[in-house]
Design a protein around this ligand. Structure first.
Ligand SMILES: [Zn+2]
Length: 90
């Protein structure tokens, strides 16, 4: 009996209450219509849910998530993997 290979589950790091309050106050976080925390990507400035489905977990970040979303991070880190996107952007 073998278990199917599971994707790493998504997780939502819980920012310290003072960080959460500060960022909600200064517009760096918002609560969407479902009551979930969202944060803007530092690169594309789109709002994405503040969890590891959209951001990379980053141990040293104040809120535990990377500042750029996964797509932007991968584009920046490995531009050669996305010639069609980079060709349009250039
Ligand atoms: Zn982005």
């Amino acid at each position: 009996m073998s278990e199917p290979i599971q994707k790493q589950p998504r997780f939502c790091p819980i920012p310290p209450p003072h960080i959460r309050a500060l960022r909600l106050a200064n517009g760096r976080y918002r609560i969407n219509e479902c009551g979930d925390l969202e944060k803007p990507c530092g690169a594309c400035h789109e709002w994405w849910p503040a969890d590891t489905e959209f951001y990379f977990g980053e141990r040293n970040a104040p809120d535990g998530l990377s500042s750029a979303c996964r797509a932007c991070y991968l584009l920046r880190r490995y531009p050669e993997r996305f010639p069609e996107v980079m060709g349009v952007a250039a």
